[in-house]
Unconditional design. Structure first.
Length: 203
């Protein structure tokens, strides 16, 4: 069943705090394009990988205090992405619900498992091999992004970094595995009236 046949699975989020200002639009049935500009180049790189391998489209921008420290930007973009994902997926009727994927990048191998359960939880088992990626992107921010996305997206997420010697490779493998798993879990597989839960609801 085509996802676009009866449903437009898009969401726009505006988030304003004393630290960041975010405008973000997510289309779950896009072409795999990200033009999101966050002011944190490595985060932009990860979002581009996420979209290319999930088929999602992401547009928008974030301005704020990234020049001081990327932490607030990464966390707040994760929050907005999770909120957009939750809104775009709607009541979750008809979706596959579960997704899992492995992704390698050279020596790095990551696994991402997701359940669009409506119950936020993140299990992050990933010892990053280096504390900083590039000039100033703390490796710990990979976990911060996915925690924010899981909590605000109503997702149960398990992330395992199986092996890695390079932190850039580790982070990118995680985001690419996430892309494939999210694509699997969000795809329309059944009639739009069918809720994939014995409770009859996902919340």
């Amino acid at each position: 069943m085509s996802a676009s046949a009866n449903r437009i699975r898009q969401a726009s989020i505006e988030r304003e705090t004393g630290e960041t200002s975010i405008r973000l639009t997510l289309d779950l049935d896009g072409t795999g394009s990200s033009t999101m500009k966050t002011g944190v180049l490595f985060l932009d790189h990860m979002l581009d990988a996420l979209c290319r391998h999930s088929g999602f489209d992401l547009t928008g921008s974030c301005t704020g205090d990234a020049a001081m420290d990327p932490h607030h930007t990464v966390e707040d973009v994760g929050i907005a992405f999770g909120q957009a994902l939750r809104t775009a997926i709607g009541d979750r009727a008809g979706i596959a619900r579960y997704g899992s994927a492995y992704a390698p990048l050279d020596e790095a191998l990551a696994r991402f498992v997701v359940d669009f359960s409506g119950r936020p939880y993140l299990e992050f088992v990933a010892t990053m091999p280096e504390p900083v990626i590039g000039a100033d992107f703390a490796s710990s921010l990979v976990e911060e992004f996915w925690r924010a996305a899981a909590v605000n997206g109503g997702l149960t997420v398990h992330i395992d970094l199986i092996r890695a010697r390079n932190a850039h490779h580790a982070a990118e493998a995680i985001f690419k595995a996430a892309a494939v798993a999210l694509r699997q879990a969000s795809r329309i597989t059944r009639d739009a009236t069918f809720v994939p839960s014995t409770k009859g609801m996902l919340a």
